[in-house]
Design a protein around this ligand. Structure first.
Ligand SMILES: *Cc1c(COP(=O)(O)O)cnc(C)c1O
Length: 404
């Protein structure tokens, strides 16, 4: 029988030529065990009921689908914002950490580790560890520990141990290496909560499923609001890819729905100060996955650079690398100044201060041409409270909006 073409993961853990599990021998048994366990647990009645109850009563879901009337008028479409910024802890990341810690408990794990760059995933992990009374170690590059002081304090208050990593550039890539090293030393009792749709199979699929609550809600909310359960366009920003994966999950094989992704161009996708992995990356292996990686001509991983700490990752989830390669998604690279300007615009037109990460996809609106009847759903992945200082320090990028 001919198989239907799908953009979801295949039985080998690949998305087209991307994905797989390239891991040290010592982790083989642990990852195999996770591979065998995750689907039966995630699909069980018991998991589903605990997970949904926490999403409702603890996270505050469903997150609203808000019709942005002023921006709709400006961009000549019907623009709806999926408000992940209103979740507990201020972003979509908590959807994933709640799911993974429930899974860890059901697998009998007693200790949680995580990596973090800006600290957002570290905070979301420390939060669920406090909730579930589990010990938590977060690896963070020493440079990021300095730059992201508030999140470090939050993690400590939540009871997590933050371990600064002094190898390499002392940022996210190095923190991830250190977390993997820890995992290799404690494969039996430790669960590694990865923060995005990256890492070895089954992580990209597992994280996408845990974030797919976003598109599950979009379906029901669109039905209620417009009498049709799909939009013409779905738009999301991409760091590793988790909020985008959640936004598109239930529509990924529905060709009526166009997918638009925004990655961080930094100072420009053709400069050395960029995080535009889809535009600049070459096939390589990063953190256990075969995917696009920004690298030097001799294969060294390049440091990613963006004004937004949550998007500066030199890799990209294998699901998104494949969507881009197959032209399932249109991918824009958005520069720092465009993102800052778009954040000011959303703030002034809708009274919503988006996270710097989310501002990248807001900026992509001005690169699109819509028909007036087009229904566009754009995911606001997080709130901008953490970014207000950066916005104010860069208000000269905001054009007219920055005149104050
Ligand atoms: C971490 C983060 C992102 C980027 O991560 P993805 O896995 O690509 O979603 C985007 N927005 C916010 C608010 C974040 O905290």
């Amino acid at each position: 029988m001919e198989k239907k073409k799908t953009f979801l993961v295949d039985e080998r853990g690949f998305y087209g030529e991307y994905g797989g599990a390239y891991i040290p021998e010592i982790l083989y048994g642990t990852v195999e065990n996770l591979k065998r366990s995750y689907l039966p647990i995630l699909e069980s009645e018991e998991f589903r009921s605990e997970y949904m109850q926490l999403l409702r009563d603890y996270v505050g879901r469903p997150s609203p689908l808000y019709y942005a009337s002023r921006m709709s008028e400006k961009y000549g479409c019907r623009l709806y914002l999926k408000r992940e910024d209103l979740n507990h802890t201020g972003a979509h990341k908590i959807n994933n950490t709640i799911g993974q810690i429930l899974l860890a408990k059901k697998m009998g794990k007693r200790r949680i580790i995580a990596e973090t760059g800006a600290g957002q995933h570290g905070v979301a992990t420390a939060t669920v560890c406090a909730l579930m009374d589990m010990p938590c170690v977060v690896y963070q590059g020493a440079l990021d520990v300095e730059r992201q002081h508030t999140n470090v304090e939050r993690m400590k208050m939540l009871g997590a141990e933050v371990r600064p990593v002094r190898t390499g550039n002392m940022t996210l890539k190095d923190a991830t290496n250190e977390a993997i090293r820890d995992w290799c030393c404690h494969p039996q009792d430790t669960f590694y909560i990865i923060g995005s749709t990256v890492g070895p199979h089954p992580y990209p699929d597992m994280v996408a499923r845990l974030q797919s609550i976003i598109s599950e809600e979009i379906k029901a909310q669109l039905m209620e609001k417009i009498g049709r359960d799909y939009p013409d366009y779905l738009m999301a920003c991409v760091g590793g890819g988790s909020n985008a994966a959640g936004t598109v999950y239930h529509y990924i094989d529905d060709e009526r729905v166009n997918i638009v992704l925004a990655e961080a161009g930094g100072q420009g996708a053709d400069t050395d100060h960029t995080a535009a992995t889809i535009h600049r990356g070459r096939l390589g292996i990063l953190h256990g996955s075969r995917t696009l990686v920004m690298q030097t001509p001799d294969g060294q991983i390049m440091e990613a650079e963006s004004i937004s700490a949550g998007l500066d990752y030199p890799g990209i989830g294998p699901m998104h690398a494949n969507m881009a390669a197959q032209h399932r998604a249109t991918v824009f690279s958005i520069n720092d100044d465009e993102a800052v300007r778009a954040a000011y615009e959303m703030t002034r037109m809708e009274g919503i201060i988006p996270a710097l990460e989310s501002a990248h996809v807001v900026a992509a609106l001005s690169k699109m041409t819509f028909r007036p009847e087009d229904v566009v759903v754009l995911t606001v992945s997080g709130r901008g409270d953490k970014d207000v200082e950066t916005y104010l320090a860069n208000k000269e990028m905001a054009g007219d909006y920055g005149q104050f």
